[in-house]
Design a binder for this molecule. Structure first.
Ligand code: MN
Length: 748
């Protein structure tokens, strides 16, 4: 402890009460020594972080205590993980070293903390574009050591998101971007459903505060009505379950804000329509001796005695759990007041897996249980992590794809099930069976019909691979495989082939040189590279092997006196070098990052120009975020733009906060899409409205009518979203128009 004590009584009281609330609510820490270990971890962490405060002003130790709480109470991990969470920032931020951890807590906790420290330890060191991707990779690598590292990291992120308010603007965007890009899908994939939803909502709140607030306030407004409906719906079910002597909990929870918004976007419907679907969860205490599946269907039967089910909305995740381990029976029924209600039926065990994911999954798994879908997924991820792609950004994209892609199930000729990502080809299947089968594949029989190896497979297909000994992997194959296993195998095979070719080419050259009585050396090779205009030795050798380089003038070339050629060589090198070190003006120095960059109207005159991204076409009034390109240009995206999200999470250090200035002179291009029922005079009415709006300039109108259905787009120049919204409102009031919306991406 330092000489001075900056913490007052209030700080100390806060620390004690936060810690008390952790230890008084511990779950599953009954082993001898558990409590002592947690106490010791707290004492050491508290001392190490003493007098340190977070940006919010509260004592730093509140953060590790909160992470420990999440780790135990929300994820369900035990004493070692709690101790690790308490100590997770100690090695990085204080004098307490990893060796100290090992001495005080043993090798397991020390290796967990090492896993967490390495990740953040590389932050801020260099400013390479892929630094963040590299960090993610490092963190993900720990998946193959101990899953707990990832789970604690997710808890750390959740607490940071819960307390994000006190961060500076551009950091907020970076952290929120990473969260939506990686942590939320990761939490989802690990079955941490509640945490995933919270991460999404928090990220959404910071990235698009206006829309978030709008939905949140609408939710609050309809809350009373919501619970009244849920109660009305639940009463008959409660009655039936009670009579059947079933122990259960029934609850209705509103949807998360982010999921409501996502549905509004994908279905293009207003809030009210999404909100119309209610969801109720029945969690029952299973009676021993009867399969849980039977008990689920029994409850299903009681519910559908009271309410009619929607025939196409039955989801049986009990017979076949989701790849992330989720189990439940979902049924949608017609509830009171003509509203659809989704009922989720789960046993206590299923519920715990659904809420806590991975940790709960292991708790119930025991030793003898067979490999679950989640285990298989983790195994797959591990293989991927053990052979990481060289480019960290590419690696991250690949990993992301693995997080999201849904699976298909196909059969071998003997009826064994093989799971592959959606969109996988017959070649993926071949590599999944065996690398050699993949390398030798020439075709596939899909459901007994002959197909090329590029054929995309569907769930339920039966696949047989046809091989040939003379077949070999081709570069083109990379364009139609989806699994990293296949990609890696193909790249490996191509590399081996190149190596062989280079080797053979070298042998050919050496023997020819020997015939001429020339000793092959670096000087000779350099002359040849120059004469045949190839950039390196490998190209020279493989060119020779492929007969692209005919060694006709060999004698003349090698005998040539160095003189001129050497000069030429050096010249060449100089030109090459100049190219590589092309200077990128560091314009970023001019930008003051502590205040939002103002997007002014007269771009030409200002020091720093900006550009509107064509992937999302933001206009004044839209929420926007800036990306500082390596060339020093600020590119303006909408925060929800997928391109922007990807950039933000890979190159967070390039995000800058931006703000619109008033725009009166410059207009922005926007596109409106409309549909409706055609009638005489409709188009006229639309164009009249546009020309009556003084602030709007129409540049392009495109309308088609088919079977009486009218569809059209209009491109307009406007100054602000207000003008655009006004226009949309006016058009939607025209008789016959069914739907008007703004088109985000019209670059295509
Ligand atoms: Mn932390």
């Amino acid at each position: 402890m330092g000489n001075k004590d900056f913490f007052d009584e209030e700080d100390k009281k806060l620390i004690q009460s936060e810690y008390d609330s952790l230890v008084n609510n511990l779950l599953r820490c009954n082993k001898p020594g558990d409590k002592e270990m947690i106490d010791k971890a707290f004492r050491i962490a508290n001392e190490a972080h003493w007098n340190m405060r977070r940006k919010s002003g509260e004592p730093y130790i509140i953060h590790p205590i909160s992470v420990a709480k999440i780790v135990n109470q929300e994820i369900g991990l035990g004493a070692k993980s709690i101790a690790t969470a308490l100590l997770h920032d100690v090695v990085e931020d204080t004098d307490y070293s990893l060796e100290d951890v090992e001495r005080d807590f043993g090798p397991k906790i020390s290796s967990l903390i090492d896993g967490l420290t390495k990740i953040s330890g590389t932050y801020n060191k260099e400013n390479t574009a892929s630094m963040q991707a590299e960090n993610f990779r490092k963190m993900l690598m720990t998946l193959s050591d101990d899953m707990r590292v990832i789970l604690i990291k997710i808890a750390d992120r959740l607490h940071n998101m819960r307390t994000l308010d006190s961060m500076p603007e551009h950091k907020k965007m970076k952290i929120a971007g990473e969260t939506i890009f990686l942590y939320a899908p990761l939490a989802h994939r690990l079955g941490l459903y509640a945490i995933k939803s919270e991460l999404e909502d928090l990220s959404f709140k910071f990235r698009q505060p206006q829309i978030y607030e709008e939905i949140a306030s609408k939710l609050k407004h309809s809350e009373k009505k919501f619970y009244a409906l849920i109660n009305k719906f639940s009463l008959p079910i409660i009655d039936k379950l009670n009579k059947a002597d079933i122990q259960f909990d029934i609850s209705g929870r509103p949807k998360s804000i982010f999921s409501i918004w996502k549905k509004m976007q994908s279905k293009n419907v207003p809030f009210e329509e999404i909100y119309d679907v209610l969801a109720v969860r029945v969690v029952f205490e299973p009676v021993p001796g009867i399969p849980e599946k039977t008990q689920c269907w029994n409850i299903y039967s009681m519910i559908t005695d009271s309410y009619l089910p929607k025939p196409d909305r039955l989801r049986d995740w009990v017979s076949r759990p989701k790849p992330n381990g989720y189990e439940a029976l979902h049924v949608t029924v017609m509830g009171p007041e003509g509203k659809w209600v989704e009922v989720q039926i789960r046993s206590r065990r299923m519920d715990e897996i659904a809420e806590r994911g991975y940790a709960a999954h292991w708790k119930y798994k025991g030793d003898s249980a067979q490999e679950s879908e989640l285990d298989k997924w983790i195994k797959k991820i591990r293989t991927m992590l053990e052979n990481p792609l060289e480019d960290p950004i590419e690696f991250l994209d690949e990993f992301k794809m693995n997080l999201f892609s849904s699976e298909i199930m196909v059969f071998t000729p003997k009826g064994t099930l093989v799971s592959l990502p959606k969109g996988a080809s017959a070649l993926d299947f071949a590599y999944e069976i065996h690398t050699e089968i993949g390398n030798k594949a020439i075709g596939a029989k899909v459901n007994y019909k002959l197909n090329p190896i590029s054929a995309v497979l569907m769930s339920g297909d039966q696949v047989e691979i046809i091989t040939s000994d003379i077949a070999k992997p081709d570069k083109e194959w990379l364009s139609f495989v989806r699994t990293s296993k296949a990609k890696e195998a193909i790249k490996d095979a191509l590399k081996t082939e190149t190596t062989n070719r280079i080797h053979k080419g070298m042998e050919i050259l050496e023997s020819k040189l020997r015939d001429l009585g020339v000793v092959p050396n670096a000087e000779v090779v350099r002359k040849l590279m120059l004469a045949y205009d190839v950039p390196n030795k490998d190209e020279l050798y493989s060119g020779i092997e492929l007969d692209l380089i005919k060694l006709d003038n060999l004698k003349k070339i090698v005998r040539k006196s160095p003189g001129k050629n050497v000069i030429k060589y050096w010249e060449l090198k100089l030109i090459g070098a100049k190219k590589e070190t092309r200077e990128v003006p560091e314009k970023s120095d001019k930008i003051d990052r502590s205040v939002p960059f103002l997007l002014r109207e007269n771009v030409e005159n200002s020091e720093q120009s900006y550009e509107i991204a064509s992937c999302c076409n933001p206009i004044p009034g839209d929420e926007v975020t800036g990306y500082l390109s390596p060339e020093g240009q600020i590119i303006i995206h909408k925060p929800k733009c997928p391109v922007a999200i990807r950039i933000m999470s890979n190159e967070g250090n390039r995000i800058i906060a931006v703000k619109w200035a008033m725009h009166k002179l410059v207009s922005f291009l926007a596109r409106i899409h409309m549909t409706g029922i055609d009638r005489i005079g409709l188009v006229n009415e639309i164009t009249n409205i546009i020309s009556a709006e003084l602030k709007v300039n129409m540049t392009n109108i495109n309308i088609s009518v088919q079977n009486g259905i009218f569809e059209g787009t209009i491109d307009v120049y406007i100054h602000h979203t207000k003008d655009l919204n006004n226009l949309i409102l006016k058009i939607s009031n025209i008789k016959g128009i069914e739907n008007v919306k703004r088109v985000e991406d019209f670059s295509k």
